[in-house]
Design a protein around this ligand. Structure first.
Ligand SMILES: Nc1nc2c(ncn2[C@@H]2O[C@H](COP(=O)(O)OP(=O)(O)O)[C@@H](O)[C@H]2O)c(=O)[nH]1
Ligand SMILES: [Mg+2]
Length: 325
Protein backbone atom coordinates (compact mmCIF):
# COMPACT_ATOMS: atom_id res chain seq x y z
CA UNK A 1 0.00 0.00 0.00
CA UNK A 2 1.33 3.41 -0.90
CA UNK A 3 0.84 6.13 1.63
CA UNK A 4 0.24 9.08 -0.62
CA UNK A 5 -0.79 11.56 1.99
CA UNK A 6 -2.55 12.52 5.14
CA UNK A 7 -6.08 11.98 3.95
CA UNK A 8 -5.18 8.55 2.68
CA UNK A 9 -3.60 7.46 5.91
CA UNK A 10 -6.49 8.89 7.91
CA UNK A 11 -8.96 6.85 5.89
CA UNK A 12 -6.92 3.74 5.57
CA UNK A 13 -6.34 1.14 8.18
CA UNK A 14 -3.64 2.42 10.48
CA UNK A 15 -1.85 -0.91 10.70
CA UNK A 16 1.74 -0.79 9.55
CA UNK A 17 2.74 -2.89 6.58
CA UNK A 18 3.37 -6.40 7.83
CA UNK A 19 7.06 -7.22 8.04
CA UNK A 20 6.82 -9.85 5.34
CA UNK A 21 5.15 -7.47 2.93
CA UNK A 22 7.73 -4.82 3.70
CA UNK A 23 10.54 -7.24 2.91
CA UNK A 24 8.84 -8.18 -0.34
CA UNK A 25 8.59 -4.55 -1.32
CA UNK A 26 12.22 -3.98 -0.44
CA UNK A 27 13.28 -6.99 -2.50
CA UNK A 28 11.40 -5.64 -5.50
CA UNK A 29 12.97 -2.23 -5.03
CA UNK A 30 16.41 -3.84 -4.99
CA UNK A 31 15.54 -5.69 -8.17
CA UNK A 32 14.34 -2.54 -9.89
CA UNK A 33 17.53 -0.80 -8.89
CA UNK A 34 19.66 -3.74 -10.01
CA UNK A 35 21.32 -1.89 -12.90
CA UNK A 36 22.34 0.95 -10.60
CA UNK A 37 23.46 -1.56 -7.99
CA UNK A 38 25.61 -3.38 -10.50
CA UNK A 39 27.19 -0.17 -11.72
CA UNK A 40 28.02 0.85 -8.15
CA UNK A 41 29.22 -2.61 -7.22
CA UNK A 42 31.89 -2.50 -9.91
CA UNK A 43 33.62 0.27 -8.00
CA UNK A 44 32.30 -0.28 -4.51
CA UNK A 45 33.24 -3.92 -4.20
CA UNK A 46 32.66 -5.90 -1.03
CA UNK A 47 36.27 -5.29 0.00
CA UNK A 48 36.58 -1.62 -0.94
CA UNK A 49 36.47 -0.40 2.65
CA UNK A 50 38.63 -3.16 4.08
CA UNK A 51 41.81 -1.23 3.52
CA UNK A 52 41.15 2.48 3.48
CA UNK A 53 43.50 4.75 1.57
CA UNK A 54 43.48 7.42 -1.11
CA UNK A 55 42.31 4.94 -3.73
CA UNK A 56 39.26 4.02 -1.65
CA UNK A 57 37.95 7.57 -1.82
CA UNK A 58 38.78 7.88 -5.51
CA UNK A 59 36.85 4.74 -6.32
CA UNK A 60 33.88 5.81 -4.24
CA UNK A 61 33.89 9.15 -6.03
CA UNK A 62 34.07 7.44 -9.39
CA UNK A 63 31.17 5.14 -8.49
CA UNK A 64 28.88 7.97 -7.43
CA UNK A 65 29.72 10.03 -10.51
CA UNK A 66 28.97 7.05 -12.79
CA UNK A 67 25.64 6.58 -11.01
CA UNK A 68 24.84 10.22 -11.84
CA UNK A 69 24.82 11.51 -8.29
CA UNK A 70 26.41 14.66 -9.74
CA UNK A 71 29.74 16.29 -8.94
CA UNK A 72 28.74 18.56 -6.03
CA UNK A 73 26.76 15.86 -4.25
CA UNK A 74 29.47 13.27 -4.80
CA UNK A 75 32.17 15.57 -3.47
CA UNK A 76 30.12 16.39 -0.40
CA UNK A 77 29.36 12.74 0.38
CA UNK A 78 32.93 11.55 -0.08
CA UNK A 79 34.42 14.43 1.87
CA UNK A 80 32.08 13.84 4.76
CA UNK A 81 32.72 10.12 4.97
CA UNK A 82 36.47 10.55 4.57
CA UNK A 83 36.51 13.14 7.33
CA UNK A 84 34.47 10.93 9.66
CA UNK A 85 36.83 8.01 9.10
CA UNK A 86 39.99 10.13 9.40
CA UNK A 87 38.79 11.72 12.62
CA UNK A 88 37.90 8.34 14.07
CA UNK A 89 34.18 9.21 14.37
CA UNK A 90 33.56 6.16 12.20
CA UNK A 91 35.86 3.20 12.91
CA UNK A 92 37.95 2.16 9.91
CA UNK A 93 36.11 -1.11 9.62
CA UNK A 94 34.78 -2.15 6.19
CA UNK A 95 31.24 -3.02 7.21
CA UNK A 96 30.83 0.03 9.46
CA UNK A 97 32.11 2.43 6.81
CA UNK A 98 29.69 0.97 4.30
CA UNK A 99 26.79 1.29 6.76
CA UNK A 100 27.74 4.90 7.38
CA UNK A 101 27.86 5.54 3.63
CA UNK A 102 24.31 4.22 3.32
CA UNK A 103 23.22 6.53 6.15
CA UNK A 104 24.85 9.54 4.53
CA UNK A 105 23.26 8.79 1.16
CA UNK A 106 19.86 8.44 2.82
CA UNK A 107 20.35 11.81 4.49
CA UNK A 108 21.38 13.44 1.24
CA UNK A 109 18.33 11.99 -0.52
CA UNK A 110 15.85 13.24 2.08
CA UNK A 111 14.32 16.65 2.00
CA UNK A 112 11.75 16.11 4.69
CA UNK A 113 8.56 16.95 2.82
CA UNK A 114 7.92 13.78 0.95
CA UNK A 115 4.21 13.20 1.41
CA UNK A 116 1.62 14.00 -1.19
CA UNK A 117 -0.88 16.51 0.15
CA UNK A 118 -4.39 15.17 -0.36
CA UNK A 119 -6.12 17.38 2.17
CA UNK A 120 -7.72 19.71 -0.40
CA UNK A 121 -11.38 19.23 -1.26
CA UNK A 122 -10.89 18.34 -3.96
CA UNK A 123 -7.13 17.81 -3.82
CA UNK A 124 -5.63 19.02 -7.08
CA UNK A 125 -2.45 17.44 -8.43
CA UNK A 126 -0.76 18.61 -11.60
CA UNK A 127 1.92 16.73 -13.51
CA UNK A 128 4.44 18.60 -15.62
CA UNK A 129 7.56 17.49 -17.44
CA UNK A 130 9.16 16.87 -20.80
CA UNK A 131 7.39 14.53 -23.25
CA UNK A 132 8.13 10.88 -22.73
CA UNK A 133 9.23 11.25 -19.11
CA UNK A 134 6.15 9.42 -17.83
CA UNK A 135 3.53 12.01 -16.86
CA UNK A 136 0.53 10.21 -18.25
CA UNK A 137 1.64 6.79 -17.05
CA UNK A 138 2.29 8.17 -13.56
CA UNK A 139 -1.13 9.79 -13.48
CA UNK A 140 -2.67 6.44 -14.38
CA UNK A 141 -0.75 4.75 -11.57
CA UNK A 142 -1.66 7.40 -8.98
CA UNK A 143 -5.31 7.35 -10.05
CA UNK A 144 -5.45 3.58 -9.82
CA UNK A 145 -3.94 3.62 -6.36
CA UNK A 146 -6.27 6.34 -5.07
CA UNK A 147 -9.33 4.87 -6.64
CA UNK A 148 -8.94 1.10 -6.42
CA UNK A 149 -6.85 0.84 -3.29
CA UNK A 150 -7.93 3.84 -1.27
CA UNK A 151 -11.52 4.12 -2.48
CA UNK A 152 -11.26 7.80 -3.43
CA UNK A 153 -13.08 9.27 -6.42
CA UNK A 154 -10.70 10.68 -8.99
CA UNK A 155 -11.12 12.92 -12.03
CA UNK A 156 -8.39 13.16 -14.65
CA UNK A 157 -8.06 16.33 -16.73
CA UNK A 158 -6.57 15.95 -20.20
CA UNK A 159 -4.95 19.37 -20.39
CA UNK A 160 -2.42 18.17 -22.96
CA UNK A 161 -4.74 19.26 -25.75
CA UNK A 162 -2.18 19.58 -28.52
CA UNK A 163 -2.17 15.95 -29.55
CA UNK A 164 -5.39 13.95 -29.84
CA UNK A 165 -3.34 10.86 -28.92
CA UNK A 166 -2.51 12.38 -25.54
CA UNK A 167 -6.14 12.51 -24.46
CA UNK A 168 -6.72 9.02 -25.84
CA UNK A 169 -3.85 7.66 -23.80
CA UNK A 170 -5.18 9.34 -20.65
CA UNK A 171 -8.65 7.99 -21.40
CA UNK A 172 -7.26 4.46 -21.39
CA UNK A 173 -5.58 4.98 -18.03
CA UNK A 174 -8.76 6.56 -16.64
CA UNK A 175 -10.69 3.47 -17.62
CA UNK A 176 -8.17 1.08 -16.09
CA UNK A 177 -8.00 3.13 -12.91
CA UNK A 178 -11.74 3.61 -12.56
CA UNK A 179 -11.40 7.39 -12.79
CA UNK A 180 -13.53 9.93 -14.67
CA UNK A 181 -12.01 11.92 -17.50
CA UNK A 182 -12.55 15.52 -18.54
CA UNK A 183 -11.20 16.38 -21.97
CA UNK A 184 -11.59 19.12 -24.55
CA UNK A 185 -11.47 19.26 -28.31
CA UNK A 186 -8.04 18.93 -29.85
CA UNK A 187 -6.42 22.34 -29.58
CA UNK A 188 -8.75 23.46 -26.79
CA UNK A 189 -7.42 25.79 -24.13
CA UNK A 190 -5.63 23.62 -21.52
CA UNK A 191 -6.61 26.02 -18.73
CA UNK A 192 -10.27 25.61 -19.67
CA UNK A 193 -9.97 21.82 -19.43
CA UNK A 194 -8.42 22.07 -15.97
CA UNK A 195 -11.11 24.56 -14.97
CA UNK A 196 -13.87 22.22 -16.15
CA UNK A 197 -12.33 19.29 -14.32
CA UNK A 198 -12.31 21.17 -11.02
CA UNK A 199 -15.88 22.37 -11.56
CA UNK A 200 -16.89 18.78 -12.23
CA UNK A 201 -15.07 17.59 -9.11
CA UNK A 202 -16.91 20.15 -7.00
CA UNK A 203 -20.27 19.32 -8.53
CA UNK A 204 -19.75 15.59 -8.05
CA UNK A 205 -17.97 15.83 -4.70
CA UNK A 206 -14.91 14.06 -6.14
CA UNK A 207 -11.87 13.70 -3.89
CA UNK A 208 -8.96 14.26 -6.25
CA UNK A 209 -8.33 15.95 -9.61
CA UNK A 210 -5.15 15.10 -11.49
CA UNK A 211 -4.18 17.39 -14.37
CA UNK A 212 -2.09 16.04 -17.25
CA UNK A 213 -0.19 18.66 -19.24
CA UNK A 214 1.74 19.04 -22.47
CA UNK A 215 5.48 18.39 -22.40
CA UNK A 216 6.40 20.22 -25.54
CA UNK A 217 5.30 23.31 -27.45
CA UNK A 218 6.96 25.29 -30.24
CA UNK A 219 9.33 26.85 -27.77
CA UNK A 220 10.29 26.23 -24.21
CA UNK A 221 9.11 29.66 -23.12
CA UNK A 222 5.70 29.01 -24.70
CA UNK A 223 5.40 25.85 -22.69
CA UNK A 224 6.44 27.49 -19.43
CA UNK A 225 3.98 30.36 -19.96
CA UNK A 226 1.26 27.89 -20.74
CA UNK A 227 1.89 25.85 -17.59
CA UNK A 228 1.99 28.96 -15.44
CA UNK A 229 -1.32 29.98 -16.98
CA UNK A 230 -2.95 26.62 -16.25
CA UNK A 231 -1.82 27.02 -12.64
CA UNK A 232 -3.34 30.48 -12.44
CA UNK A 233 -6.65 29.26 -13.84
CA UNK A 234 -6.72 26.48 -11.26
CA UNK A 235 -5.91 28.92 -8.45
CA UNK A 236 -8.85 31.09 -9.47
CA UNK A 237 -11.14 28.25 -8.49
CA UNK A 238 -9.23 27.07 -5.43
CA UNK A 239 -6.65 29.59 -4.19
CA UNK A 240 -4.26 26.99 -2.70
CA UNK A 241 -4.48 24.71 -5.73
CA UNK A 242 -2.78 22.94 -7.35
CA UNK A 243 -1.85 21.47 -4.00
CA UNK A 244 0.87 19.41 -5.61
CA UNK A 245 2.73 20.31 -8.77
CA UNK A 246 4.91 17.33 -9.57
CA UNK A 247 7.52 17.09 -12.28
CA UNK A 248 8.20 13.74 -13.87
CA UNK A 249 11.86 13.09 -14.49
CA UNK A 250 13.08 10.13 -16.50
CA UNK A 251 15.89 8.61 -14.42
CA UNK A 252 17.52 7.12 -17.52
CA UNK A 253 18.40 10.64 -18.69
CA UNK A 254 20.56 11.26 -15.63
CA UNK A 255 21.96 14.78 -15.36
CA UNK A 256 19.68 15.92 -18.18
CA UNK A 257 16.73 15.33 -15.88
CA UNK A 258 18.32 17.59 -13.32
CA UNK A 259 18.52 20.37 -15.90
CA UNK A 260 14.87 19.85 -16.84
CA UNK A 261 13.81 20.19 -13.23
CA UNK A 262 15.81 23.44 -12.97
CA UNK A 263 14.14 24.91 -16.06
CA UNK A 264 10.62 23.99 -14.96
CA UNK A 265 11.14 25.18 -11.41
CA UNK A 266 12.01 28.64 -12.70
CA UNK A 267 8.50 29.05 -14.15
CA UNK A 268 6.26 26.79 -12.10
CA UNK A 269 6.70 26.19 -8.39
CA UNK A 270 7.40 22.50 -8.00
CA UNK A 271 6.35 20.59 -4.91
CA UNK A 272 8.00 17.35 -5.80
CA UNK A 273 9.58 15.02 -8.29
CA UNK A 274 8.32 11.73 -9.61
CA UNK A 275 11.43 9.86 -10.68
CA UNK A 276 10.34 7.41 -13.37
CA UNK A 277 12.03 4.45 -15.07
CA UNK A 278 14.31 3.71 -12.14
CA UNK A 279 13.85 0.09 -13.16
CA UNK A 280 15.77 0.48 -16.38
CA UNK A 281 18.77 2.56 -15.46
CA UNK A 282 22.23 2.50 -13.98
CA UNK A 283 21.80 6.20 -13.21
CA UNK A 284 19.75 5.73 -10.07
CA UNK A 285 22.05 8.14 -8.22
CA UNK A 286 20.20 11.00 -9.89
CA UNK A 287 17.76 10.94 -6.96
CA UNK A 288 20.65 12.16 -4.78
CA UNK A 289 21.49 15.00 -7.14
CA UNK A 290 17.87 16.12 -7.37
CA UNK A 291 17.30 16.09 -3.64
CA UNK A 292 20.54 17.79 -2.70
CA UNK A 293 21.12 20.22 -5.56
CA UNK A 294 17.53 21.29 -6.21
CA UNK A 295 16.07 20.73 -2.77
CA UNK A 296 12.90 19.48 -4.38
CA UNK A 297 11.77 16.31 -2.64
CA UNK A 298 11.56 13.15 -4.67
CA UNK A 299 8.09 11.99 -3.65
CA UNK A 300 7.36 9.02 -5.85
CA UNK A 301 9.36 6.61 -7.94
CA UNK A 302 8.28 4.68 -11.02
CA UNK A 303 9.73 1.22 -11.23
CA UNK A 304 7.92 -0.23 -14.24
CA UNK A 305 5.14 0.25 -16.73
CA UNK A 306 2.20 -1.33 -14.95
CA UNK A 307 -0.34 0.22 -12.60
CA UNK A 308 1.36 -1.21 -9.56
CA UNK A 309 4.83 0.06 -10.38
CA UNK A 310 4.72 3.24 -8.34
CA UNK A 311 6.22 3.58 -4.89
CA UNK A 312 6.62 6.38 -2.39
CA UNK A 313 10.26 7.42 -2.27
CA UNK A 314 11.84 6.36 0.99
CA UNK A 315 15.43 7.68 1.18
CA UNK A 316 16.57 5.05 3.68
CA UNK A 317 15.09 2.20 1.69
CA UNK A 318 16.53 3.64 -1.49
CA UNK A 319 20.07 3.99 -0.15
CA UNK A 320 19.98 0.50 1.31
CA UNK A 321 18.56 -0.94 -1.92
CA UNK A 322 21.43 0.67 -3.81
CA UNK A 323 24.27 -0.39 -1.57
CA UNK A 324 23.46 -2.90 1.11
CA UNK A 325 25.10 -6.29 0.54
N1 LIG B 1 10.21 1.04 -17.45
C1 LIG B 1 9.42 2.08 -17.15
N2 LIG B 1 8.76 2.72 -18.13
C2 LIG B 1 7.98 3.78 -17.80
C3 LIG B 1 7.83 4.21 -16.46
N3 LIG B 1 7.02 5.29 -16.47
C4 LIG B 1 6.66 5.50 -17.75
N4 LIG B 1 7.23 4.60 -18.57
C5 LIG B 1 7.13 4.50 -20.05
O1 LIG B 1 7.61 5.70 -20.64
C6 LIG B 1 6.91 5.97 -21.85
C7 LIG B 1 6.40 7.42 -21.85
O2 LIG B 1 5.44 7.57 -20.84
P1 LIG B 1 4.26 8.65 -20.89
O3 LIG B 1 3.48 8.48 -19.67
O4 LIG B 1 3.53 8.57 -22.18
O5 LIG B 1 5.09 10.01 -20.86
P2 LIG B 1 4.56 11.51 -21.01
O6 LIG B 1 4.84 11.91 -22.43
O7 LIG B 1 5.38 12.32 -20.05
O8 LIG B 1 3.12 11.53 -20.69
C8 LIG B 1 5.81 4.95 -21.93
O9 LIG B 1 6.20 3.94 -22.83
C9 LIG B 1 5.70 4.39 -20.52
O10 LIG B 1 5.26 3.06 -20.49
C10 LIG B 1 8.57 3.50 -15.42
O11 LIG B 1 8.53 3.81 -14.23
N5 LIG B 1 9.33 2.45 -15.83
MG1 LIG C 1 1.53 12.28 -21.83
Amino acid sequence: MIDLGSRVSANASTEAEPEEQRRGVFRRLRESLSKSRQALAEEISASLFDRIDEETWERLEQALILADAGAPTTAAVVERLEHEVDSGAVPADGALVRDRLIEILAEVASTGRARIDLSGEPAVLMLVGVNGTGKTTTIGKIAWHLSKEMGLSVILAAADTYRAAAAEQLAEWAQRAGADLIRGEEGADPGAVAFDAISAARARGADVVIVDTAGRLHTQSNLMEELAKVKRVIAKQIPEAPHETLISIDATTGQNGLRQAKVFSESVDLDGVVLTKLDGTAKGGIALAIASELEIPVKLIGVGETLEDLRPFDPGEYAAALLAE
